[in-house]
Design a protein around this ligand. Structure first.
Ligand SMILES: [Zn+2]
Ligand SMILES: [Zn+2]
Length: 222
């Protein structure tokens, strides 16, 4: 069983999750600098958790800007899919270069310590490669036997929408394949923990996500 806590960035709405097990070990997913400073460190202290890894669902700045502080604070490795590892170091790819007046919200990330690929297991979660939003976007699947499974979808699927495919190296065809791959493993009570916005069940998401429905119906392949 995994517990989780979500904090959202007040301006960009990206979600940082602390997921933790019964032993008190924690993985920090998509830390943003501001949220880490304001909330995550205190939460970890209050709950007496022991962070062991940072995982980025993909390399955009709004999911990695807290990597440096988390790594320096806890001395833990940064894990990201091998196809997004360059994003950590390149503001032109992670979009940190285009923040303008919000530049103070961005801190560069140290390089990756662990590179992930499809089918890997990290912190008890299975890595599913779900490219499209970026080449190295991943979803993290926790196959809980008793409870509904937890699925961290990054910027692939949100409760009301899907991730953008028009950013550098985005790819709509890959996105479609990734979403279809994800749907196959989801059941109605699977809990979706997206990279932005609210958390909810797959059943609820299917019911209200018109953008996703339209995207899937536009697909004409086999
Ligand atoms: Zn994002
Ligand atoms: Zn993104």
């Amino acid at each position: 069983m995994l517990n989780w806590k979500k904090y959202s960035h007040p301006l960009f709405n990206s979600n940082t999750y602390v997921v933790y097990n019964e032993k008190g070990e924690a993985a920090i997913i998509d830390p943003t600098d501001l949220v880490v400073r304001q909330s995550v460190i205190r939460f970890i202290e209050n709950e007496n958790l022991k962070p062991i890894v940072i995982i980025n669902t993909h390399g955009h700045w709004d999911h990695i800007s807290g990597n440096r502080l988390m790594k320096e604070t806890y001395g833990i490795p940064i894990a990201i899919h091998e196809m997004d590892k360059e994003f950590l170091l390149r503001p032109d790819l992670n979009l940190g270069a285009f923040l303008g007046k919000f530049q103070d919200q961005y801190d560069t990330s140290p390089p990756a310590d662990i590179t992930l690929k499809d089918g890997d297991t990290i912190f008890g979660m299975e890595v599913m490669h779900t490219p499209g939003h970026t080449p190295g976007s991943i979803s993290l699947i926790y196959p809980d036997r008793d409870d509904a499974r937890l699925v961290l979808t990054g910027d692939t699927i949100f409760m009301d929408s899907i991730g953008r495919v028009d950013l550098p190296l985005g790819n709509p065809d890959e996105m479609l394949k990734s979403i279809r791959k994800l749907i196959k493993i989801l059941s109605g009570d699977s809990l979706i923990l997206p990279g932005h916005g609210e958390v909810g069940t797959w059943e609820k998401l299917e019911e209200r996500n018109a953008v996703l429905r339209e995207f899937l119906s536009s697909w004409t392949g086999s």
